[in-house]
Design a protein around this ligand. Structure first.
Ligand SMILES: [Zn+2]
Length: 237
C-alpha cells in the first residue's frame, strides 16, 4: 500500500500541480490551499486510512521541496478543530494541533537566515545549511564538505550576500473568549514563517483564527542565554 507521503504527493500532483506552476512562474509570494475534506476523502478512497491515521501533516514541508515550489507555499485549509489551547501542556510536546485561537499581539515582519551560506577559508568551498526555524542554534557546519579539505567550523564564515533570508513574526495566541472556562485564560507564543509572515498575508490583533501547527517545548533565551523552557506553536496555517 502506498505510504502517506506517496499519497500526498499523488494528490498534490493531480489537484494542484497546474496552479503551483502558474503561481511559481509569476514569482510572487503566495499560497496554494489544500482542502482538508477533499484530501481526506482521497486518502480514505485510496488506502482506507484518513488524514490523521497517515499523519499527513508530517510530509507537507517536504512537498515544497519535492515540487520545487519556490516562493509558493502549500497549506492545509479547513482542518477540523481537534484541540483546545487550554489543554496543552508539557505532555503535548511535538503534537500537531488544530485549534481555535485569538491573536493577542503580533510583531512586525522580522528577518532571519533561511539558508545559511558558509564559505570555508581554507578552500573557498560553499557549505549550505538549511535552517528550519529561527530558534535553531548551532548552524555552523562541523567540517567542510569538500573531501580534500581539512577545514572545520573554525574555518567557516557566514557569507551574508549568498545566504537566503526569510520573514518571520512572533505572535501571542490566546484562548478565544467563548472557549474560556472560568478562571484565567491561557496564552502561547507562536511563530509564523515565510509567506504567512509576509506583508501579503494579513494577520490582525483580535482576529479569531483556526491554527494548525506543531506544539513544541523549546529552550527559552533571554539576552542570548538559555533560561529554562517555554511552549511555542510553530504555525503551519
Ligand atoms: Zn574547505
Amino acid at each position: 500500500m502506498a505510504s502517506g507521503k506517496a499519497l500526498l504527493k499523488t494528490y498534490i500532483k493531480q489537484t494542484h500541480q497546474k496552479e503551483i506552476d502558474e503561481l511559481k512562474s509569476q514569482n510572487k509570494q503566495c499560497k496554494v490551499s489544500i482542502d482538508y475534506e477533499s484530501l481526506n476523502q482521497f486518502l480514505i478512497d485510496q488506502s482506507g486510512k484518513d488524514f490523521w491515521q497517515h499523519q499527513i501533516y508530517e510530509y507537507i514541508d517536504q512537498m515544497e521541496e519535492i515540487f520545487d515550489t519556490g516562493k509558493v507555499t502549500l497549506k492545509f485549509m479547513n482542518v477540523p478543530e481537534r484541540d483546545n489551547l487550554h489543554d496543552l501542556d508539557a505532555t503535548s510536546n511535538n503534537k500537531w494541533i488544530s485549534a481555535k485561537a485569538m491573536i493577542k499581539n503580533i510583531t512586525d515582519v522580522m528577518v532571519d537566515v533561511k539558508q545559511a551560506s558558509f564559505i570555508c577559508r581554507k578552500c573557498g568551498t560553499q557549505n549550505i545549511v538549511n535552517i528550519a526555524n529561527p530558534n535553531q542554534s548551532e548552524i555552523i557546519p562541523k567540517y567542510c564538505r569538500s573531501p580534500d579539505c581539512a577545514g572545520t567550523s573554525k574555518s567557516m564564515f557566514l557569507d551574508k550576500d549568498t545566504s537566503i533570508y526569510r520573514n518571520y513574526k512572533l505572535l501571542k495566541l490566546e484562548e478565544p473568549l467563548e472557549l474560556r472556562s472560568g478562571g484565567g485564560s491561557r496564552e502561547f507564543k507562536a511563530i509564523v514563517l515565510d509567506y504567512l509572515a509576509s506583508p501579503f498575508h494579513n494577520l490582525k490583533v483580535g482576529d479569531v483564527v483556526n491554527v494548525t501547527g506543531t506544539f513544541k517545548i523549546e529552550p527559552k533565551k533571554s539576552k542570548g542565554r538559555n533560561n529554562g523552557y517555554e511552549f511555542i506553536i510553530h504555525v503551519h496555517n
